[in-house]
Write a protein that binds this ligand. Structure first.
Ligand code: DC
Length: 225
């Protein structure tokens, strides 16, 4: 029996609440990939900035980043640490949620995060999810997916999420948050959110997340021959 040669790394991009993490975790469970949700890194920088009272401007964040000990630990699903503290459970808090787009738009923040994301991928068997993985972080990735879904479908999924999100969010509020974040993430100058030219685009509006996972697994197996 010949071993499967799995595509490595795999890039998953798409807007907020499009199902990227569910998909990444499913690929990890099924094929043994290490998974990094890069949004968590931007959220951890935001948390550190809020704690230190640092505004979302280049100079101040450059100084913050110099002293920031942000590390990725744990397999197969990476957690984000600030110094010795696993901050992963804190990264869905309201204050982080409302401010993360402003910090993620800063080139100085993006440069530092992208460097660490590439180092993670270089360790092998990696799936990374984000907004610019296929275009900027891993343009050479052999397999890329871009998940699309209507705002309404994503707001529905987000307001139904509890678990890691820690609280149920009212549907209207979820809809508003998602719309605002997508607007900032798409309009920014530094690495705006968009699909790579060679990404497989999946419109998941009328699909269940199980169907999306199944579709992507077929593609991975197809690639592996
Ligand atoms: O995926 P998420 O909702 O946790 O992302 C949080 C924020 O970080 C969101 O505003 C988009 C931004 N982000 C980014 O700019 N680039 C990435 N690769 C991942 C997330």
């Amino acid at each position: 029996m010949t071993a499967l040669v799995l595509p490595d790394p795999i890039a998953i991009d798409g807007p907020a609440a499009s199902g990227k993490s569910t998909l990444g975790e499913a690929l990890s469970a099924r094929f043994g990939y290490r998974f990094l949700d890069t949004g968590l890194m931007y959220r951890a920088v935001t948390l550190a900035a809020i704690r230190a009272g640092v505004a979302p401007v280049e100079d101040a964040c450059a100084t913050l980043l110099k002293h920031l000990e942000l590390t990725l630990r744990g397999e197969p699903i990476a957690h984000v640490y600030l110094g010795p503290e696993d901050v992963t459970p804190l990264l869905r808090d309201d204050a982080v949620e409302k401010n993360v787009s402003k910090y993620a738009a800063l080139p100085v923040v993006r440069t530092a995060m992208v460097r660490q994301q590439r180092a993670f991928a270089l360790q092998g068997r990696a799936v990374l999810a984000g907004r610019d993985i296929g275009t900027v972080v891993l343009p050479e990735a052999p397999l890329k997916f871009y998940l699309e879904a209507s705002e309404a479908a994503r707001a529905r999924r987000r307001s139904a999420q509890t678990g890691e999100w820690g609280r149920e969010q009212h549907h209207d509020e979820a809809h508003r948050d998602i719309a605002v974040r997508d607007e900032v993430d798409s309009a920014r100058e530094a690495s705006p959110m968009r699909p790579a030219g060679d990404a497989i685009i999946i419109n998941t509006t009328d699909m269940t997340l199980d169907e999306v996972v199944h579709f992507v697994m077929e593609k991975v197996l197809c690639f592996a021959g």
